[in-house]
Design a protein. Structure first.
Length: 335
């Protein structure tokens, strides 16, 4: 489930692309989240509490969680699937945070990757229950974060605590195996330290190799901003899985349903569904994200003719009902 790449060049913005892969539609919507929202981490014991300091554009899944978004400081957050995630027993001495709010907390409170890294060490993420094809799992996820300085971090929870790879060299991310192992596997491929040809399967480690390899092929100096964005799109699309190509037992091998691009420098958020030929984007400066502004939502899946800048299509909405830690994802796609 999912892929991510980060890229920049001299004179060009920091641009990050991600694919969302899953076996069925997720009811994804776009949200304009203003600053000034009071939130709870939604755990039974010692829930984290905060008030949003930064406004953001976020993408929801299953009407109960944020999995992707860009805030007005240029911080871009992506949540991806990691089967090996282990959340551990609850430690009440640490403030608790439902994984449904994991991305939203950092979008609300952090301006830089460094701030995210420090904050991640001070809290404990707790899972929700995800039922896939009748099998329950503690929503196994990991996270990438990027900012306008080209900083990057990959955050995995493997033994009840965060394991963090922090630095601009961490440009690529997919799913299993854990990141330390992915970096070792990468070295066997041509152009990345080894002699094997770049692989072409849907496996996460193969998508990882393709992303890392094709990032090295982008022009050192794209002629235009549009060419820079298109270059990142060309790489992340190369890491996609075709519609219908789903492994019935492994949700991390699934069709790419949608794609987002975060321009951290210019605070622009691109989005496309893979079963629609349209690409839309939102310039965060065009949204009212001030304290007291209404929460707004945009259901792009129902707006078949939309393209280009769509900040004017967001409409006032009830707040997203985030799922409490331990809760069960019950959303089902419409027939």
């Amino acid at each position: 489930m999912c892929s991510r790449v980060q890229w920049t060049a001299e004179g060009q913005p920091v641009i990050v692309g991600r694919n969302m892969d899953w076996t069925e539609r997720m009811g994804s919507k776009l949200w304009a989240m203003p600053k000034g929202i009071e939130r709870s981490g939604l755990t039974d014991e010692n829930p984290l509490t905060w008030t949003s300091k930064y406004g953001s554009v976020a993408t929801s899944i299953w009407d109960c969680a944020t999995c992707d978004g860009l805030n007005e400081a240029g911080l871009y957050v992506n949540v991806l699937y990691l089967a090996e995630a282990q959340y551990g027993d609850r430690e009440p001495s640490l403030a608790g945070l439902s994984i449904a709010l994991w991305a939203q907390f950092f979008l609300d409170t952090c301006a830089t990757v460094a701030e995210v890294v420090e904050a991640a060490k001070q809290l404990q993420v707790q899972p929700v229950e995800l039922v896939h094809k009748g099998v329950s799992a503690d929503a196994p996820m990991h996270m990438s974060v990027s900012d306008p300085s080209n900083d990057s971090a990959i955050i995995e929870i493997l033994d009840g605590r965060p394991h963090i790879h922090h630095g601009s060299q961490y440009t690529t991310m997919t799913n299993s195996p854990p990141y330390d192992e992915q970096l070792v596997l990468l070295k066997q491929y041509e152009g990345l330290g080894g002699k094997k040809p770049i692989p072409g399967t849907m496996e996460a480690e193969d998508r990882f190799a393709r992303g890392a390899f094709y990032l090295t092929k982008l022009p050192e100096q794209p002629p235009t901003y549009q060419a820079a964005v298109a270059g990142v799109l060309s790489v992340i699309r190369n890491m996609a899985t075709p519609l219908g190509a789903n492994d019935p037992t492994r949700p991390n091998i699934s069709a790419t349903l949608w794609r987002s691009i975060g321009d951290c420098t210019n605070k622009r958020y691109y989005f496309e569904f893979t079963d629609m030929p349209n690409v839309v984007w939102i310039d965060l400066d065009n949204l009212d994200l001030s304290d007291g502004a209404p929460i707004r939502a945009y259901d792009f899946a129902r707006d078949l003719e939309a393209s280009g800048e769509v900040s004017g299509r967001f409409q006032p909405s009830e707040a997203l009902d985030f799922l409490k830690a331990g809760g069960v994802v019950t959303w089902k796609p419409a027939a």
